[in-house]
Design a protein around this ligand. Sequence first.
Ligand SMILES: O=C(O)CCC(=O)C(=O)O
Length: 274
Amino acid sequence: MSIEIHEVSTSRALAPDLTPYRLTIKRGEERITPLREELTKHLSGQKDAKRSVATLYPANAPLFAMIVEFFFDTGLAAFAARTLGERIALMTGFSTLRKHSTDLSLFNPWHQDANFFHPDRGLTFWIPLEDSGVERPALTFVEGVDGLSVDESMSHFETVRSKILTDGVLNFTDEQLRDRLGNFKEISPVVHAGECLCFTPLVFHRTQSGPKLTKSRLSIEFRAIPAMSFPEVASKQSYTLRGVQNGEDGLFFYNRKRESRFVTLTAFRPPVEN
Ligand SMILES: O=C(O)CCC(=O)C(=O)O
């Protein structure tokens, strides 16, 4: 299925789909530049890095704020809210900063982001801070399963998802995924700094790999969920409200202890329409 290009400010609904939607952020390159500079400084001396946005708070609170504000101010939050049909929460604990060099062992294998969403509704926004897909690794997506239409592939993904949950295996090599899905086609979109790929939780994807990818890449992935599921998630997983800013529509921080580290979830703020 071909990828459609449209502005973040579109009112078009995002249907569950196999491939990501390409969002063009207004003044994207200009807005990405300060982020890239700050992140480069923050990760200086590190060949590879992968950490959740939440770990920046409060260690590097200005960078944390810059990244969270970017999500809300560029229209990505508004897009997520329109698409999910309600106010959204940005899960900073499951939003990630990455610097990928050419070390394949650190690349993400095939997986679904449903692994990160509780419940399974949400959206991932993948944002390269440098042009990716030619010399720097972008992402590769399953574009279609042989012999199945898009709708059939989606329901196949759901069936496979149930099996994945039963087995408890979340990441796959090419061969393992072929065993589960059947033969599939893949697509690796070229993504420029200032663009973003947005996809739904069942979509299978991995870090792009290949001999021509010889340069490192900086990127951020944001994960957003409907805010209404937030208190429910919070109560189920014993979150405690840590701080509230600016009243009801302010930034909310929820912390919980998880595997001995704090995960911070940032919730809703009125998104800015561009
Ligand atoms: O940036 C990458 O290489 C992997 C990102 C990813 O797998 C994700 O956004 O779920």
